[in-house]
Write a protein that binds this ligand. Sequence first.
Ligand code: GLA
Length: 383
Amino acid sequence: MNQQQTLTALFKNTFGHQPTHFFQAPGRVNLIGEHTDYNDGFVLPCAIDYQAMIAASPREDNKVVDTAHSYDGQVSEFELTLPITHSEEAFWSNYVRGVASVMLEKGHKLHGVNIAIIGNVPQGAGLSSSACLEVVTGLTLSRMAGLDISLKELALIGQKAENEFVGCNCGIMDQMVSACGKEGHAMLLDCRSLDTRLVSIPEGAAVVIINSNVKRGLVDSEYNTRRQQCEAAARHFGVKALRDVTVEQLEAERKNLDEMAYRRARHVITENNRTEEAAEALARGDLKTMGILMAESHASMKDDFEITVPAIDGIVEIVKSVIGEEGGVRMTGGGFGGCVVALIPETLTDTVKAAVESRYSEYAKNLNADIYVCRASQGASAL
Ligand code: GLA
């Protein structure tokens, strides 16, 4: 059975009838531009061919009744006309509740629905399994209520749900690319204006994701600390966000900044520049320059932003030793584990896989890496 058939079976078992609608939203991988989104900067992610999918049918009452395949088909429900509270048992439902609650707060009139959820984005790997669930939920609730809310607005709703209901202070990258990604393309996103520019992934290049399987234990607290450090550095310069500081301004102020604030800011400011350059390089199919920029990005995350771990650095080294100058490799996502992304000639995919499989244990005992060769995919849609 494929994913949609498994979802249909779950829906029928739970609700006793066929679903009337299907929606999907993809996970994402970020090619470059890490921890820049909440600094009003630039990111260059693409949506991937792993996604969250929802089967739905309308209800006569004001309830949302939801079930999730990865939680053994447990069922949870809440009323759209009462204050929406967190569920202690139904972890997945908090994303549905968060999105519903933000939509109602914004004045959207929602209808009762039955919802079954399935997803194949690995959880806790930094590939945005939460963001795609938020986006597909927003799309489902809006379309089932006959509302034509734009994909960009659905991304903002998802981010607000994550920030205010789930409690992670993330930026806008994940939800925006899950909502608005385009097949075959990466998306240069200006996280201040939310303007996007699509850049096609060059013919013959493969996007390879290597999951270290190091669970991102520290991610929430360390993520929020990095964010505070960046905001403090922006205040030092009297600007809204580090996006507004140049390398020259940073260097001129170096003596007045403590060493850590300087390094955190240097990561963000140089990463913004690299990301804009990378979009240009990718657009002209220049994998060699992508390789240089991705290597600099990784070094900056390791030394200045201090968000990599030895297993991740190890995977990057292994891949680099195979691809040389023919492509790029770096950690992707929030950090402290999760995944590495490589943009390489398709012809090197098998060699990269074999090298990671045979050498990963030198860096991480008792762990195996999972390798996904991805297609840059379309953002959220009805099926
Ligand atoms: C997580 C967050 C994003 C972004 C990245 C780091 O994925 O959800 O908003 O900040 O980390 O680039």
